[in-house]
Every structure is written in C-alpha cells, then in structure tokens.
Design a protein around this ligand. Structure first.
Ligand code: NAP
Length: 363
C-alpha cells in the first residue's frame, strides 16, 4: 500500500474542522497529521480543545485525539507536519483570513479552503468537481503570478448553492440554458458554525435572514459556471438569480425550492429526470474515493427530499431532488437537498483535494 499523504486541518476545532476529522478517518489517500485553531485552543491536546463541543456522532479518531493543536496563525507550525492544509477557519476579518491562507500557499503548502475569503479572488478557482474541474487549469498561472513554488489556493463555494447548482448545471450542459433562477433556501443550524444560532431563537421558529448568504447564493454560481479568460475568471452571462435564505430548525441538510426559466427550449419533465439520473462527471470518471456514484438522485415520492431521510444519500455527497413540476410563472420548479457539512463543506473540500491529487497537483 502506498503511504498516505499527511494533511493539516486549520480550524480543526470548529464545526467543519470536526467534520473533516471525522470524514478523514480511514481515508484511503489522506491522513490527518496536524490540527490548528485559534490561540485559545493552541497548545492543548485536541481532545481537550473540543471538550463539550465535539458534535460528531462518532468519537474522535484515536490518531487525532492526542495531537497537540497548533496556532493556525503560525504557518511555521504546519511546515514539515503536513503536505497540504484544509482551511476551515472562521476569522472575523476576511482580509486577515485572505492573508493567512496566502501565507500558507507562499510557504509551500497548498490550501484547500472552505472559507469565503478567496472565493472572488481573480485567479483562485471555486470548485464543485462535477461542474468545473477544468477551472483547476488556472493553478499554474496563480503560482507563477504570485511566486508560489509548491503552494496554491483552491476554494469551494458556499453550502447554500450545493443543493441546487449541480441539477441546474446538468440541464445547462444538456443544452437547456437557463436565464432566470429563483431560489428559497431552508438552511440547517449546523451551517452557522460555533456557537451557532441560540436554540431559543431557532426552536419553533424560522429566521428569514442569514448575513451575506443571499448575495453568495446569487453570485457564486456565475463564477462556477463561468470560464477562464486571459488568466482570470469571467462570470457566466445571461443567468439572473434571486435568492431568499432562511435558517430553519433542522440540524443538518440544506433544502432549496427552485424555479427555473429556460432561455429557449423547455425540456419535458421526463427528459429532465432522465438528465438528472444519468448525470455523471469528472469525479465519477476518475472514481475519486469520495465521489458519489450518483451525484444527482431524483426521488419520485411527492413528499421528498426531506433532510432527515435524504441528507445522507451517497454518504452525504449526493444532491437529492424531487417534486419536479411545471411552474405557472417560470417554466419548472423542483426541490433540492444536500448535506451542508458534508457535500456543502468538509466532504466537498475532501473531494476537491482528491481531484487535485488525481490531476497531479499534490505531487
Ligand atoms: P466555526 O465552528 O466557528 O469554527 C471556526 C474555527 O476557526 C475554529 O477552529 C476556531 O478555533 C478557528 N478560529 C477562530 N478564530 C480564530 C483566530 N483568530 N485564529 C485562528 N483560528 C481561529 O466555523 P465553521 O462553521 O466550522 O466554519 C468554518 C469555515 O467554513 C467558515 O469560513 C465558514 O464560512 C465555512 N463553511 C461552513 C459551513 C457549515 O456548514 N458550517 C459550510 C460551508 C463553509 P477555536 O475553536 O480555537 O476558536
């Protein structure tokens, strides 16, 4: 058996960091060798740093519980302890986070990030591997322009868009371009990180505001389905998105109710279901370890998808869709669902790293 690649987790004590640690237990290619968090956690044994806030269903993996938490602000502590880092950091100051992720890349450690800081950086790819694996082609330019020798930065998009963008992209790819998209999200409480939304605010309630979320939901898809031109990303044109984002009393699993208006042809409902059920892309062709065999699953029952029943489909990596029907104002409408801390966060980051490895960027 070839040796596993040692990986570091920045923000290892947070909601997403914990999910990374949990998902990477027994990963065939990667092994957690370094964990880092804020100065308050630094110096503690990992199991002590997360006392009273370990949210995963299984215990802390034995190899990780004894690791001493590093200070994520010190790149030197990571050097020599891992070959690349997953960034699950949440800093108040986005500029500071940008600079910190750049510092890791500069010192030779590739950064696979969940954070929003670099999503709009011109030469940083924002990847959903089923949609835009080819955007990794910008990495040599990013490294050249910034003088990075081994490091680089790759990010994943916001969790809110994962529940609908792959099904919409599958239709665009099949020749049914979309001009208008209206989406209402119902987002799980685990998406709010630590300390999250107070339970007294969320139980028996819906909060119709998540700071910055609607802007991300409306903008990020345009970069993801956009293209590279002269060494920078150019947004997809001709698609307008309007989003309402709500926090709901669900633990895991973001739901999106979507209406679409097609540019020219309006496919039949049967054709759409067929496109979704047969959609396969780069992660499936490369047989990446975390790739869902069926990236989009259509449920025929009229009361699905539901977070409790469907979020774990394909180990939490599939987008589950249902309730496809004609829309009297737009052309069609449907409901999409994805696991926000797996496909929408740590699982998505791991899939990005697997894609990077398979394409030779981590050699
Ligand atoms: P979180 O639970 O608040 O965790 C934040 C992590 O950052 C903790 O490990 C924390 O360490 C560390 N940190 C905080 N301040 C720091 C500082 N000054 N210096 C160094 N480290 C610091 O957040 P989360 O929900 O896991 O989210 C992590 C990132 O993923 C965020 O950028 C978020 O936007 C993104 N994201 C989250 C989700 C989701 O579903 N939750 C989905 C997609 C993307 P301490 O524990 O020591 O404070």
């Amino acid at each position: 058996m070839t040796e596993k690649i040692p990986v570091g987790i920045l923000g290892a004590t947070g909601m997403v960091g914990q999910k990374y640690i949990s998902l990477l237990e027994n990963h065939p290619w990667f092994e957690v060798s370094y964990v880092a968090a804020s100065p308050e956690s630094a110096g503690k044994k990992y199991s002590d740093a997360v006392v009273g806030r370990w949210h995963m269903q299984k215990d802390i993996p034995t190899g990780v519980e004894k690791l001493v938490v590093g200070n994520a602000n010190h790149t030197d502590s990571a050097l020599g302890n891992c070959a690349f880092v997953f960034s699950a950091l949440e800093l108040k100051d986005k500029k500071e986070l940008m600079t910190l992720e750049e510092a890791y890349a500069k010192c030779g450690l590739p950064v696979v990030s969940n954070a929003s800081a670099h999503r709009w950086t011109d030469d940083v790819p924002m990847i959903i591997p089923e949609i835009n694996a080819d955007h990794l082609d910008i990495i040599p330019q990013q490294k050249g322009a910034r003088g990075y020798e081994k490091g680089f930065i790759v990010v994943k998009p916001n969790c809110s868009i994962q529940s609908y963008l792959t099904p919409v992209y599958a239709l665009i790819k099949a020749g049914y371009d979309v001009s208008r998209l209206f989406v209402t999200t119902m987002q799980a409480s685990s998406g709010a990180g630590h300390p999250g939304v107070p339970s007294l605010d969320l139980i028996d309630n819906v909060i119709p505001y998540i700071s910055g979320e609607e802007e991300k939901t409306e903008r990020e898809p345009l970069k993801i389905i956009g293209r590279i031109e002269n060494g920078r990303f150019v947004n997809h044109k001709g698609l307008e998105i309007s989003a309402h984002c709500n926090r709901v009393p669900v633990y895991d699993g973001h739901t999106a109710c979507v209406s679409l208006y097609f540019k020219i042809d309006d496919p039949s409902l049967e054709a759409i279901i067929d496109i979704w059920n047969n959609f396969r892309s780069v992660p499936q062709e490369l047989e990446l370890p975390s790739a869902p065999k069926r990236p989009i699953i259509y449920r025929t029952e009229n009361d699905r998808p539901q977070p409790r029943k469907d979020k774990d489909s394909e180990n939490g990596m599939a987008v589950v869709v249902g309730r496809l029907r004609k829309d009297p104002v737009f052309d069609i409408k449907f409901v999409g669902l994805s696991h926000n801390t797996i496909r929408g966060a740590a699982g998505g980051g791991i899939l990005n790293a697997e894609l990077l490895k398979a394409k030779g960027y981590l050699d």
